[in-house]
Design a protein. Structure first.
Lengths: 228, 228
């Protein structure tokens, strides 16, 4: 499907038909999700495709029983595991570097990233150093703390979510991104770690008539887009 | 361009040619950004297209002078303004509601959203109420605090960013999402409010040879995708 057609087709669907979603449709969309850009290529995202009927039932409950989950053919939970940075950046360091960038990559993944993503205990010190430097010259201000790191990882995971949803639309199926869920229960159902955050639950299926609640609604463009 | 082709084509480009990006290419991508799903349709995102040469120069400096900014034809700053929820949800309440959902919409936008997005001073109380309820039944845990609200808004804005970047790719141009910038300086250049957060700076142009640093690199799929 043409890109802009997929963007137009994608709507949040609250009620699905009983048409199954082929496995290859899900896998193709998951592969597209993994191709989204992400912060420092640290790939701290995780995509949990909930297929076991018992777990799916629990997940619908954790999504407050809403129709978008209850009638879904498939459920995908997207979460972040910030500590994955250690494994992923080590893997990058161990692999062949782009020609001419070997030193730069070593510096970035061997020194800068461990200082940003790790050493959380030094967060207040990092804050002082970088905000101090920032008085004199342009200096990145994030992510130095646990909280900033979560924000950075959530942002990257969201880029992957959008790829996933558009990829499902491009293959003729529908999605609904849900944030109305009980995060504690979702984490316990999936055995996620305490440092993990659930980004969203995405349901997948084929829309029925009135599966979409109404025409698309957006405020006036000039509330959101500025030329400066 | 076909959707999956756009996903494959999109790479983070660090060096652009001097080919200008037509205005309609930018506008079409901005329109696509505004069609991304977003939390409660509160549309708390803002897209600042930096066109004035003097501001652009300052922005390149705030992006630490990196090539992806310095050689860019266009720069877009994406930020969130969480307080926009008041204006956007009022506008939704004032408009025609989908048939049969009038009461539900009134409840949601008139009561639930003001309680979630507003009344920040009650955050600790809200936390106690909802985590208390959560002991007995599935209960949404976010966004009750300022911090949660920021996370929610950043997440939605990121969905819009991905639409924008893919839309640029689908029109034959390139982008680079940057998080290595001085947020304080970016906010001051654009006169953003204290409650605003800069989500990312996206540069736009046409890639030159070696504008992309190397082949795409991702860790093994089974670190990120799980069937449960």
């Amino acid at each position: 499907m043409e890109f802009f057609e997929a963007v137009q087709k994608r709507r949040s669907v609250r009620k699905y038909s009983d048409k199954p979603v082929p496995e290859q449709v899900m896998n193709k969309a998951l592969d597209a999700a993994l191709l989204a850009p992400n912060s420092s290529n640290a790939q701290t995202w995780q995509f949990h495709w909930v297929r076991t009927p018992a777990l799916k039932k629990k997940m619908v409950d954790a999504c407050l029983g809403q129709g978008a989950a209850a009638t879904a053919q498939e459920l995908l939970v997207v979460s972040i595991k910030p500590n994955l940075w250690k494994k992923t950046t080590q893997e990058i360091l161990n692999s062949k570097q782009p020609e001419g960038l070997e030193k730069q990559m070593q510096q970035y993944y061997g020194k800068l990233i461990p200082f940003m993503y790790g050493m959380q205990i030094l967060a207040p010190l990092k804050w002082i150093i970088f905000n101090g430097m920032g008085l004199f010259k342009a200096t990145p201000r994030k992510p130095w703390s646990l909280r900033d790191r979560t924000e950075t990882c959530v942002k990257s995971a969201a880029l992957g979510c959008e790829n996933f949803m558009l990829a499902i639309a491009a293959q003729g199926f529908d999605t609904c991104p849900m944030e109305g869920f009980d995060e504690s229960r979702v984490k316990s159902i999936l055995n996620l770690g305490w440092g993990d955050t659930v980004v969203m639950v995405i349901s997948v299926g084929e829309r029925v008539d009135r599966g979409v609640w109404g025409p698309r609604h957006r405020g006036p463009r000039d509330w959101f887009v500025f030329e400066v």
